[in-house]
Design a protein around this ligand. Structure first.
Ligand code: DC
Length: 666
């Protein structure tokens, strides 16, 4: 997951390959609750691992459910409809799929078995309405108190006297989750008589209620439904574990990759695995909307394949009540359409993770789009030319994910707070980067060159980390060549043999550590003898040429920070930003000395300094790619600077070169 302050996406061009979707949030949290309430154990496969499921799991653990990993699956031991703890405070983050059903389930359990539960969340959760559900629960005889503002969490649930003989009325036009919550909870108390729920107003997001009914059926509850107005939980209903259950991939998450296939220049198709034609999720119908805009989609059970069809896309007008979450992706696809795309009947956007109509409008406008918004509608007309923009994400995973696609409109896009995707798809950007390609020149490169022990590696890797960019330690490339040559007994003066070693190098980095084949050589490369040999090896033109392609290959989306001697002069001469880092020989010898001593390796400062100076001389005086600053490089002497201070300077200078000025003062 990218936990950086922002993530800059370069302009993107093509996409192809396979993505496996994480499990559906809606299914995961419903299954967890049902498995947690029913008798016995349920083995849950392919559960989503995200912020929202984590809070549900934490709540179930607090309530006394058993949760054990079993290989890739999770074994849940349920409460069997009997409270194990009668008092608990549950923190539910910003997970509506945890807050609403747990409120209903614990309200009826507290009413019948006694108890006192407090449910709270992040500040935004305390702005998301729950009054309609509370009203319904109070009709039932549950005791529910608002601990903050009336109509919103946090809530306290305590003992009451339940009456289930009269129909319970619940509003269906603000959020379908209120109905879902009652449907999931009321089988707990359906022993004596049928329980009837009547929906007031037009029920929105019906497909989510279908998921609920479908999963209730898997747990042995056959709800009778009359239209979308009246639901009956038959007398004698009791949850029965299905034994094991599989969570299908998230159809809302699929929407980003369906859109990707539709807008990226045709290469090979984008193949999506985890959901397909047999999905029980309503958002699978996003496929039809994408097809209407021009996507070329084929599908089968558990998979979809998407290619560009008509392009530019066709603007559409669509009632999106049936695909409220995935419809946000259509608003970004509108950037690639001719004309105005109108999405209607989307009032529920206003009470989601953020006010999504306002947020989408504000961010699309930053890209240059013309946007009209109404209480339950948004209309998007693309600009002539998309502008680079820093997209605010409002702690809303879907805003971050759908706006990443705007990078295909020709300009770079900055996604602020990219970790918000953790709510449903922690590895979203990694999955995206696994599929997309772009022009080499569009992928930003920052070079940090300098003499040995100048601290360039530390600085460059810290900058890479802060930006979410790849990192190339080119010294390691020469050191790996030297190490291999030493092991094979190739002498430092046999240019041709050394070049063959370089060309055959199987060097790759795993979590920042250098590997030769399967062997982790991170430690071996730091050896002083290897460093000295590297400096000799690096003087041969044929060796440098053989290592060039390997180094160029590190330039991948979203960007690269490369450190070495000739990153800015020879390997990436057109780098977007070049830094030349120095420190006095005395400072550098001191640093190296401390490093060695801390590792228990004996050393002498004077010898180290002499070695450094000899290497500096060789690196600077060799005929090919000598160590010298590129003319336009930022010269930084860090003798008296901390790593943090150097990093702040470099990041600030980088920011000046970026086109995202509007990000300031956000
Ligand atoms: O940065 P370092 O000490 O790990 O580098 C080891 C040797 O590799 C160094 O003495 C010079 C050589 N080198 C090079 O010639 N060009 C680079 N881009 C990086 C390192």
């Amino acid at each position: 997951m990218y936990a950086t302050e922002f993530l800059d996406l370069p302009p993107l061009q093509t996409a192809a390959g396979l993505v496996r979707l994480p499990g559906s949030k809606s299914i995961s949290n419903r299954v967890l609750l049902l498995a947690g309430l029913c008798e016995g154990t349920t083995l849950v496969h392919d559960l989503l691992d995200s912020d929202d499921t984590r809070v549900m799991l934490e709540a179930l653990r607090t309530l006394g459910c058993g949760l054990e990993r079993e290989g890739e699956a999770l074994r849940v031991t349920g409460l069997g409809a009997r409270l194990k703890t009668n008092e608990a405070k549950l923190f539910l983050g910003n997970a509506g799929t945890a807050m609403r059903p747990l409120t209903a389930a614990l309200a009826v359990l507290a009413a019948t078995q006694g108890g006192r539960f407090e449910l709270s969340g992040v500040p935004r959760m305390h702005e998301r309405p729950i009054g309609d559900l509370v009203d319904a629960l109070r009709q039932l005889g549950c005791t529910v108190d608002y601990l903050g503002q009336d109509g919103y969490p946090p809530l306290r649930l305590s003992a009451g006297a339940l009456r289930t003989d009269a129909p319970i009325r619940v509003r269906g036009d603000v959020s379908s989750q209120f109905l879902t919550a009652l449907l999931l909870a009321l089988p707990l108390v359906a022993q004596g008589n049928d329980i009837v729920i009547e929906v007031d107003g037009e029920l929105i997001s019906k497909p989510y209620v279908e998921i609920t009914l479908n999963l209730l059926a898997r747990f042995g509850i056959a709800v009778r439904r009359e239209g979308w107005q009246r639901f009956t939980i038959p007398r004698g209903s009791a949850y029965r574990s299905p034994g094991s259950i599989h969570v299908e991939g998230d159809a809302s998450s699929a929407s980003y990759f369906i859109a990707l296939g539709a807008i990226a220049a045709p290469d090979a198709p984008v193949r999506i695995e985890g959901v397909g034609s047999d999905s029980i999720q309503g958002d699978i119908r996003f496929v039809e909307a994408a097809q209407a805009m021009g996507a070329d989609v084929t599908s089968g059970p558990g998979w979809l394949e998407v290619k560009r069809g008509r392009f530019p896309l066709q603007a559409i007008t669509l009632d999106c009540n049936h695909i409220p979450d995935a419809a946000m992706t259509l608003a970004v696809m509108a950037l690639f359409a001719k004309g105005t795309t109108r999405l209607t009947n989307i009032a529920s956007w206003r009470v989601k993770e953020t006010d999504r109509i306002a947020a989408m409008a504000a961010e699309l406008r930053k890209l240059g789009a013309t946007v009209e918004e109404g209480p339950d509608v948004i209309a998007v007309t693309p600009p002539e030319r998309t502008l680079p923009a820093a997209i605010r994400t409002y702690d809303d995973h879907r805003i971050a994910m759908c706006f990443s696609l705007a990078a295909f409109a020709g300009a770079p896009v900055r996604i602020l707070d990219p970790k918000c995707v953790g709510k449903t798809f922690p590895e979203y950007f990694e999955a995206l980067f696994g599929l997309v390609r772009t022009r080499m020149d569009d992928i930003p490169v920052i070079t940090v060159d300098g003499p040995t022990a100048s601290g360039k590696g530390t600085l460059a890797s810290a900058v890479a980390k802060a930006l979410g960019y790849h990192f190339l330690d080119s010294g390691a490339v020469y050191r790996a060549t030297a190490l291999t040559a030493m092991r094979q007994g190739v002498p430092g003066d046999d240019e041709a043999a050394l070049a063959r070693v370089a060309a055959g190098l199987d060097l790759h980095f795993v979590g920042g550590e250098a590997h030769l084949g399967a062997e982790n050589v991170a430690e071996a490369l730091r050896d002083e003898q290897v460093g000295l040999m590297a400096s000799r090896v690096a003087a041969w033109p044929a060796v440098r040429e053989a290592l060039r392609q390997l180094q160029l290959g590190f330039r991948r989306v979203p960007g690269l920070v490369a450190d070495g001697r000739d990153m800015g002069t020879v390997i990436f001469p057109a780098a977007d930003f070049k830094v030349f880092l120095t420190a006095s020989a005395a400072t550098r010898a001191q640093r190296r000395y401390k490093q060695l001593i801390s590792k228990g390796i004996p050393a002498s400062i004077d010898d180290l300094r002499a070695d450094l100076e000899a290497r500096d001389a060789r690196d600077s005086n060799r005929s090919v790619a000598p160590l010298k600053p590129a003319p336009e490089a930022l010269l930084l002497d860090n003798s008296a600077l901390s790593v943090e201070a150097s990093m702040a300077l470099v990041l600030e200078a980088w920011e000046q070169r970026r086109p995202f000025a509007s990000a300031r003062g956000r």
